[in-house]
Design a protein around this ligand. Structure first.
Ligand code: PLP
Length: 357
């Protein structure tokens, strides 16, 4: 077998996580890593041939259903939140009867919805926010008879905020449109909060929840869930050369690694391990917010384990030079995501570096 040394990547190391404060991905759980490697050469896109991984995908969806409050879940493991959001918009567009479809979302919606709109020729209407949260009144003003979906975000990318999901679902219901919730990042933290975001509680149709983020699975592993299998019908494409006759996924060949590592991570961590991680990450985020406030910064959060603060732009560049991987919100605030790899001691040395400036 060819060695890594001979393959031209000798000495190359993947990014260490010890100074990464901005990513929404994290180190996979050890069992997730092992499962990913074992199923690397399998393809759940061809379940007739790769039966074991297809069965594992069923288990992944069952577990994601348990996490999101859905007793009879349908869905599949996507390449990530982007694919799941694109597919949700595609379902909404294909099932509706208009030639002029639009999707109404809060301004905080992830940029993957812009990709979806462009690819699918759907108009994306974004409503202004109220203190970083979706403003349902403003969303309502954008809804018309061509609205095919309303989007709520449960754990926004920039501020970690959860939108009023039941109200958005009600709006969608009144408009005869699909209600899609993007819990790509927040989904594995939310079960331990008092937020109303779960499927059956809130009358949601489709939901994005990514095992490769807080779920601690290996990349690539996103999740798209739907209230019933029929919701996926508008996506079905005939697959004449495969043993199975149709496919609802966006990609054809998919990584069995993502599927297997999702199951391994969830079996290991749901619910106790994820609860513990949520508590640790929230404590860390609250500690960081306190430290930054004490230094005179204007801080937002944590609603979920994510904190923003008004540090100046050059300071974030200097932090980067010191090895910290930090990023800014669209408004220029420093944004710190307390993922499972982010420990208190990491944050202590980050704050110590801030004091140095
Ligand atoms: N939705 C939300 C809320 C996100 O935060 C992200 C990424 O951070 C995505 C969707 C896109 O996920 P991915 O990068 O896995 O495609």
């Amino acid at each position: 077998m060819q060695k890594v040394q001979q393959a031209g990547i000798e000495g190359m190391q993947p990014q260490d996580f010890d100074r990464v404060l901005t990513s929404m991905c994290t180190e996979p759980h050890p069992v997730a890593r092992e499962a990913a490697e074992r199923f690397l050469a399998t393809n759940p896109g061809d379940p007739g041939t790769y039966q074991t991984v297809a069965d594992l995908e069923g288990r992944a969806i069952e577990l994601l259903g348990a996490i999101t409050g859905l007793s009879d879940p349908a869905g599949y493991i996507t390449s990530g939140g982007t694919e799941a959001n694109i597919q949700a918009v595609r379902i909404a567009r294909n099932r509706a009867e208009t030639n002029n479809p639009n999707v109404v979302a809060p301004k905080s919606a992830h940029f993957s919805f812009r990709k979806a709109a462009e690819l699918l020729d759907v108009e994306l209407r974004t409503a202004p926010m109220k203190n970083h949260r979706a403003n349902v009144g403003a969303m309502n003003e954008l809804v018309d008879r061509d609205t095919v979906a309303l989007v709520g975000v449960a754990g926004s990318t920039e501020y970690g905020v959860v939108d009023p999901i039941p109200e958005i679902a009600e709006l969608a219901n009144d408009a005869d449109a699909l209600c899609h919730v993007d819990a790509a990042w927040g989904g594995f933290y939310l079960p331990f909060t008092d937020k109303d975001w779960q499927f059956e509680q809130a009358d949601i149709d489709t939901l994005t929840i990514d095992p490769h983020k807080v779920g601690q699975a290996a990349v690539p592993a996103g999740g798209l869930l739907a209230r019933s299998a029929e919701i996926f019908d508008p996506l079905a494409i005939d697959t004449p050369y495969l043993e199975t006759t149709s496919q609802i996924t966006l990609t054809g060949t998919r990584s069995g690694a993502g599927v297997a590592s999702s199951v391994a991570a969830m079996e290991a961590l749901w619910p106790g391990g994820y609860r513990e991680q949520y508590e640790i990450s929230m404590d860390n985020a609250a500690w960081l917010a306190e430290q930054l406030e004490a230094r005179g910064h204007d801080v937002f959060g944590p609603e979920l384990p994510l904190v923003t603060a008004d540090l100046s732009v050059p300071m974030t560049d200097e932090l980067r030079d010191r090895g910290w991987r930090v990023s800014k919100t669209g408004s220029g605030e420093l944004r710190i995501v307390c993922m499972p790899h982010v420990t208190r001691s990491m944050l202590r040395s980050f704050v110590a570096d801030l004091d140095w400036f």
